[in-house]
Design a binder for this molecule. Structure first.
Ligand code: PLP
Length: 338
C-alpha cells in the first residue's frame, strides 16, 4: 500500500461523496440552470457572508479571474515572493491581466501591513499603478502557516487608505479556519474577493469557488467564459462540493494532528537541518549536507511513502483525508528507522 503525501490534491472521492455526485440534479450552468451548482454557490457565499459566488474548475482559475477583475493592464499586484498566484500559475498574471507584480519577502509566506504600505508606488507617471494586494492563507510554501487575523486587518486598512483591492487565495482557508478557530465571516469583512478550493483538503475531485459582491461575480462570470471555464452539467462536481462543505471540514483537525505526529519524528532525525513550524496539514523540512531532497524522497518511495522535493534540500509532506492514523503510525516508524 502506497501512502501518498505529495499533496492534498491526491484524494479520491469517498463512497458518500460519490453517491452524492451520482444523485446530483444537473442542468446547463452557462444558462445558469444547474441546480447543484446554484446550490453550491449560494451555500459557499452564505457560509462566508459574501453576496455571491462562482464555481470554477480550479483554484488557478478563481485566482486569475479575481486578478483580472480587480486590475487593468499595466497595474501592479502586491504579494509575497512565494505566492501561488505568482509562482505556480504559469505567469498568468502577465498573460491574463497584463499586470506586473511587486514581490515582498514575508515570514513563511506572510507579509505585513508596513511592507505593503512601503510597496505602494507613488502617483507618478513613471510608476505602475498599484492596484491589488493578494494574500495566501494558509501559505503553501510557508509550510501551511496561518496569518494572524489582526495583521490581515491592518493590511486591509492600508488597502482602504490607498484604494487597493484585497484578494485572498484561500486554497487552504479551511485549514486556517480550523487551526485558528476563526469563522469564514471574519474574512468577508476584509477581503473584496476570496478564492476557496474544494479539491485540496476537502477531498473533492475538482473545483474551486470565487466569492465576492454580486457586481464583482457578474464580471467574474464574463471572465470565466473568456477563460473557457463555463461548464455545462457541472452539477455532478458541485454535488461533491456540497458534500465536502457538509462533511469534511471539522475532520481537518485530524490532518493537523497527524502532521504534528509525523513532524515530531522528523524533528529528531540527524539529517534534518530545519523544520518549519507545523501549524496545519503541511510539513516542510530542510536537509543538511548528508542527503539531498531527491535522494530522501527516493528512499521513502522505496518504502511506498511518497513525498515531494520542493527544492534541492527541502521536502514537503501533506496530510489529507485519505491518510489514516494507521498510515501515520507506519510512516512515523519508517522515518524513525531511516
Ligand atoms: C493548489 C493551490 C491553488 C490552486 O491550484 P489548482 O491546482 O489550480 O486548483 C491556489 N493557491 C494555492 C496556495 C494552492 O496551494
Amino acid at each position: 500500500m502506497v501512502i501518498d503525501f505529495r499533496s492534498d490534491t491526491v484524494t479520491r472521492p469517498s463512497p458518500g461523496m460519490l453517491e452524492a455526485m451520482v444523485r446530483a440534479k444537473v442542468g446547463d450552468d452557462v444558462f445558469g440552470e444547474d441546480p447543484s451548482i446554484n446550490e453550491l454557490e449560494s451555500m459557499a457565499a452564505g457560509m462566508f457572508g459574501m453576496e455571491a459566488a462562482i464555481f470554477c474548475p480550479s483554484g488557478t482559475m478563481t485566482n486569475q479571474i479575481a486578478i483580472k477583475c480587480h486590475t487593468q493592464p499595466g497595474d501592479e499586484v502586491i504579494c509575497d515572493e512565494s505566492a501561488h498566484v505568482y509562482q505556480y500559475e504559469g505567469g498568468g498574471i502577465a498573460i491574463n491581466s497584463g499586470a506586473s507584480v511587486k514581490l515582498l519577502r514575508g515570514d513563511r509566506g506572510r507579509i505585513v501591513a508596513q511592507q505593503v504600505k512601503e510597496a505602494i508606488n507613488p502617483d507618478d507617471p513613471h510608476r505602475a499603478h498599484t492596484r491589488l494586494v493578494c494574500l495566501e492563507n494558509t501559505s503553501n510554501r510557508g509550510g501551511g502557516s496561518c496569518y494572524d487575523f489582526s495583521e490581515v486587518k491592518k493590511i486591509k486598512q492600508v488597502c482602504a487608505e490607498n484604494n487597493l483591492s484585497f484578494h485572498l487565495d484561500g486554497a487552504r482557508i479551511w485549514n486556517a479556519l480550523v487551526a485558528k478557530k476563526e469563522t469564514p465571516k471574519q474574512y468577508s469583512e476584509v477581503f473584496d474577493s476570496i478564492s476557496i478550493c474544494l479539491s485540496k483538503s476537502l477531498g473533492c475531485p475538482v473545483g474551486s469557488l470565487l466569492l465576492g459582491t454580486k457586481d464583482l461575480m457578474k464580471k467574474a462570470r464574463r471572465v470565466r467564459k473568456v477563460f473557457g471555464g463555463g461548464m455545462r452539467q457541472g452539477g455532478f462536481l458541485a454535488a461533491a462540493g456540497i458534500y465536502a462543505l457538509q462533511n469534511n471540514i471539522e475532520r481537518l483537525v485530524d490532518d493537523h494532528k497527524h502532521a504534528r505526529q509525523i513532524a515530531d519524528v522528523i524533528a529528531k532525525k540527524d539529517f534534518v537541518k530545519m523544520l518549519l513550524p507545523v501549524e496545519t496539514n503541511i510539513i516542510i523540512f530542510e536537509l543538511n549536507e548528508s542527503i539531498t531532497a531527491p535522494a530522501l524522497v527516493k528512499k521513502l518511495k522505496d518504502q511506498d511513502i511518497l513525498g515531494y522535493a520542493i527544492a534541492p534540500n527541502r521536502v514537503r509532506l501533506v496530510l489529507h483525508l485519505d491518510i489514516s492514523q494507521e498510515m501515520v503510525m507506519k510512516t512515523s516508524q519508517i522515518i524513525n528507522n531511516l
